[in-house]
Write a protein that binds this ligand. Structure first.
Ligand SMILES: CC(C)(COP(=O)(O)OP(=O)(O)OC[C@H]1O[C@@H](n2cnc3c(N)ncnc32)[C@H](O)[C@@H]1OP(=O)(O)O)[C@@H](O)C(=O)NCCC(=O)NCCS
Length: 231
């Protein structure tokens, strides 16, 4: 008689996500990329980042054509006490990717939604930094933070034509609901754990430290260059 072993449970990564079948992880998913928390004092840098998106990207990000003034209004309206904003800086400390994780009004535990408390994810990566896995990394980072905020679901509002965004969401296991040109991707989140809180605090600290070290190093080298030039 042969005993049939039950199949092993699907492997979960540290974000609580199943590895998608038949999909190789992106190289950037192996590397640790510092993702820095952004605060109200970073509004100017967030606006500068968004202004670097061309018309098509602004349309994909916000679902309509957005003028400079509307973008400035959006950035001014971000509630940093309620929401969370994260960013990735390149070697020259330019903000090349950012994500906004926003609490969804009316979708709280006592709201009218059957989905429990949800948070909405919005993201933009500058064209020069795309295709390297940063969008996915920010998505996973947002998952961890949403879990720590006791959200039951993460929602992404995207245009149906936004293949890269929907690819990121479905790769993470989200269900996509299409309604003509619009799509909503919903991802059910596992509850937070001590590990997710620890991970998020350590990542924030490390990202801040790395940013400050790079910032000082850049200024010291500028200073040395000036000294050499004036000698
Ligand atoms: C959507 C966006 C954030 C993706 O950023 P990114 O850093 O390039 O994303 P990643 O590299 O993590 O992943 C993109 C995935 O989409 C896939 N992809 C790219 N173009 C695609 C296309 N035309 N069709 C299908 N899949 C596509 C990539 O292959 C990759 O999947 P893979 O890792 O399985 O190979 C970026 O394109 C962007 O900023 N767009 C403008 C703003 C926007 O649309 N925001 C989303 C709405 S909130």
């Amino acid at each position: 008689m042969t005993t049939v072993k039950p199949p092993p449970p699907p492997a979960l990564d540290r974000f609580g996500l199943k590895s998608p079948k038949g999909s190789l992880p992106h190289p950037a998913e192996h590397a640790w990329v510092p993702i820095r928390d952004l605060h109200a004092r970073h509004r100017r840098r967030i606006l500068d980042h968004l202004l670097q998106l061309d018309e098509r990207d602004r349309y994909l990000r916000f679902g309509s054509q957005v003028s400079h003034e509307q973008m400035a209004k959006y950035v001014a309206s971000i509630d940093f006490k309620r929401d969370e904003v994260f960013g990735v800086f390149n070697r020259k400390l330019h903000l090349v990717a950012m994500a906004h994780l926003a609490a969804m009004p009316g979708k709280g535990p006592h709201g009218d939604s059957s989905r429990g408390r949800a948070m909405e994810f919005g993201v933009s990566v500058l064209p020069s930094a795309r295709g390297k896995g940063l969008g996915m990394l920010l998505f996973k980072h947002a998952i961890m933070h949403a879990r720590n905020q006791h959200a039951s679901h993460l929602m992404i509002h995207a245009l149906s034509e936004n293949a890269p965004m929907l690819r990121i969401a479905t790769k993470a296991g989200a269900t996509v609901e299409r309604d003509g040109p619009d799509a909503e991707a919903w991802l059910k989140l596992p509850p937070d754990t001590v590990g997710t809180h620890l991970d998020s605090s350590l990542q924030s600290l490390a990202a801040e430290l790395i940013y400050r070290v790079k910032y000082r190093a850049m200024h010291v080298s500028d200073w040395v260059r000036l000294l050499v030039a004036s000698a």
